[in-house]
Design a protein around this ligand. Structure first.
Ligand code: 5AD
Ligand code: SF4
Length: 449
């Protein structure tokens, strides 16, 4: 049986999709790249903005037609919708897309074998939050087949930012026990993984129980422990909530060489008024001070962030505060979005919605500034030697792609045996979204595309 999983949204969904494939493998499912070849298609969906959710319905329409054609030819196709749209709109999906067989939320993946057994008997809807955390029932041994892997350590969110669906779709905060995380990381390193990114919606709120040495461990302590794993050369974590950066985690950036000098720390806005309306538990100056402390611990730390423009009630003055914050900090990379009202979240009902044309204009201005900062950061890397984890092949023959310590994509022409290793590359060009490198010590120029 052939399985195709299409993943939308965040890295946590990428991790979850891999785990669904792990759960289905013992039932005889092999992953394929093309939905048209598959016996079963899972859409692992994202509900964070309206556009993301709408994409799912249009893809479902296409797959529904594929299923019809199969039926006409005497074949079949199992269609499943997973992830956050499934969690939030389960019943609606079943009524809007009558050809969908299964709808299940992010807390139900470990129940996939039971659900599969029920498919023939009717449509399946599972959006329960379980009493036993799913991680306890997911297989722990897996081979990601790459040198960089994700590892979910925390899930859910109790912050309730007024724009955000996550607390509703992913539920309350939960941290996996230290021993489980350590075990999974050790097995990954044993399979050739050199870099692990610890994932959580609020990963720096991690507070895992440690049964052997006791107590409740924060993320800083967890990172120190993982840094002792043989073969594990790089550690990252994403994504973090500014008010949850504690002293120990900041100190880990100073003390742990495996912890990469890059941090995604979403700020959302530079206006205290907007931040308060968003129910963020930090002001703009708190963020500036936090970045100062982080940079004191790790002077070359590169910062990335998320921004929302056009939050209800945002004035031109508020938006200028955001631009000012961006200028003060200097980001290496960032994601910025127009505010998208999400049903069921408090801000969606605000009477102060900002006009779309204003959102467009602000987004353009913000992205111009952030794009210029990113290009500047990339150009300043030219001439440096960077240890690069080469973990995939590029589009062109002979091209490899990797990540710098600062998360920049680096393209290089090099021999295949560099794949899966950390190679020293000389940076020969800084582009908008990537760098070009050459194996250090070789004449530069030849690899520039
Ligand atoms: N509208 C626009 N952007 C949003 N985000 C979350 N919810 C919304 C929304 N309703 C953005 C935030 C968050 C990122 C994952 O998505 O910037 O950090
Ligand atoms: Fe959403 Fe805020 Fe929680 Fe992040 S911290 S997941 S933005 S509610």
């Amino acid at each position: 049986m052939k399985l195709h999983i299409k993943t939308y949204g965040c890295q946590m969904n990428v991790y979850d999709s891999e785990r669904m494939a792990d759960v289905l493998a013992p039932l005889g499912f092999v992953l394929v790249d093309d939905a048209d070849e598959a016996d079963m298609v899972i859409l692992n969906t994202c509900h964070i903005r309206e556009k993301a959710a709408e994409k799912v319905y249009s893809e479902l329409g296409r797959l529904g037609r594929l299923k019809e054609r199969r039926k006409d030819g005497g074949g079949g196709l199992i269609l499943a919708v997973a992830g956050c749209v499934a969690q939030a709109e389960g019943a609606e999906i079943l009524s809007r897309a009558p050809y969908v067989d299964m709808v299940f939320g992010p807390q139900a993946y470990h129940r996939l074998p039971e659900m599969m057994a029920r498919v023939g008997q009717g449509r399946v809807l599972d959006t329960e939050f379980p009493e036993v955390p799913k991680f306890d029932r997911l297989p722990r041994d897996r081979d990601p087949g790459t040198a960089a892997a994700f590892l979910t350590v925390q899930e859910g969110c109790d912050k309730f930012c007024t724009f955000c669906v996550v607390p509703y779709t992913r539920g309350a905060e939960y941290s996996r026990p230290v021993a489980d995380v350590h075990d999974e990381a050790r097995r990954l390193a044993g399979r050739g993984v050199r870099e692990i990114t610890l994932l959580g919606q609020n990963v720096n709120r991690y507070h895992g129980e440690a049964s052997v040495r006791g107590g409740d461990w924060g993320l800083g302590r967890l990172i120190r422990e993982l840094a002792g794993i043989e073969g594990l050369e790089r550690i990252r974590y994403t994504t973090s909530y500014p008010a949850d950066m504690d002293d120990d985690l900041i100190a880990a950036h100073r003390d742990v060489p495996q912890l990469m000098p890059y941090l995604h720390l979403p700020v959302q806005s530079g206006s205290d008024r907007v931040l308060a309306a968003m129910n963020r538990r930090h002001g703009a100056d708190d963020y500036r001070r936090l970045v100062d402390r982080l940079r004191a611990a790790r002077p070359d730390l590169a910062l990335a962030s998320d921004f929302i423009v056009g939050f209800p009630g945002e004035t031109d003055g508020d938006f200028r505060e955001t631009l000012r914050l961006v200028e003060d900090i200097g980001f290496c990379q960032a994601y910025s979005f127009k505010y998208s009202p999400r049903p069921g979240t408090p801000a969606a009902d605000s009477g102060d919605q900002v006009e779309d044309s204003v959102k467009d204009e602000r987004l353009r201005d913000l992205q111009d500034l952030l794009g210029a900062q990113q290009l500047d950061f990339n150009v300043r890397c030219v001439g440096r030697i960077m240890p690069t984890l080469l973990d995939r092949r590029g589009r062109r023959p002979g091209q490899l792609v990797g990540r710098s310590p600062y998360m920049q994509a680096i393209h290089v022409e090099g021999p295949d045996d560099l794949l899966g290793t950390i190679a020293d590359l000389e940076i020969i060009a800084g582009l908008n979204n990537s760098l070009a490198g050459a194996p250090a010590g070789e004449p530069a120029g030849a690899t520039l595309s």
